[in-house]
Design a binder for this molecule. Structure first.
Ligand SMILES: [Zn+2]
Length: 182
């Protein structure tokens, strides 16, 4: 996944400054600032970028908000919600953390209540299709899928690349648009 951040995307955006696009889709309230533009399947605000013909990726609105208010996000760090409202872009409701903080936060908020087992995989065709779909749509990173489906990262990677579960056909549609990490 490309590690673009918004200032780079800004240079790629020839139509309208990204900050203008951002503010035009924010509904400020006393508490959360819900994103009123497009959402990802997981409910995060997104801005679609088509910097040149055939190039299409999406930026997360809450990450853009963080960068507007706090500056660039160091590589590999995540922007998390204190308010557990994925479409909120209020900078006071956001905090920066690592992928492990992200997982700890998900567990704390009950999004993964069964705990994590990395023992031998229990996948079935239905789950394999789901994993491939979620990844392809850009709704999940491999890391998150690892926790969600309680299987090893290696297995997730093999399932996605089609090295495992070869009898379950892989759709030929590309993972699109590319999402940045949350
Ligand atoms: Zn909020």
């Amino acid at each position: 996944m490309p590690q673009k951040h918004w200032s780079q995307a800004q240079r790629l955006s020839r139509i309208r400054p990204l900050s203008d696009r951002f503010w035009s889709k924010v509904s400020k309230t006393e508490a959360c600032w819900p994103w009123i533009g497009q959402l990802t399947k997981s409910g995060y605000g997104r801005i679609d970028m088509r910097p040149s013909p055939g190039v299409h990726f999406a930026l997360f609105a809450h990450r853009i908000s963080w960068e507007i208010h706090n500056g660039p996000i160091p590589n590999g760090l995540r922007i998390l919600h204190k308010c557990d409202n994925p479409k909120c872009v209020n900078p006071d409701h956001l905090f920066i953390g690592t992928q492990l903080d992200n997982i700890a936060d998900m567990v704390a908020k009950g999004r993964n209540v069964r705990g994590v087992k990395f023992s031998h995989a229990k996948l079935n065709a239905e789950k394999v299709i789901k994993i491939r779909e979620l990844y392809k749509r850009g709704d999940r990173t491999m890391q998150i899928l690892t926790y969600e489906f309680e299987v090893s990262r290696t297995l997730i990677s093999k399932v996605i690349s089609g090295k495992n579960w070869t009898h379950v056909p892989i759709s030929t549609v590309n993972r699109s648009p590319e999402y940045l990490p949350t």
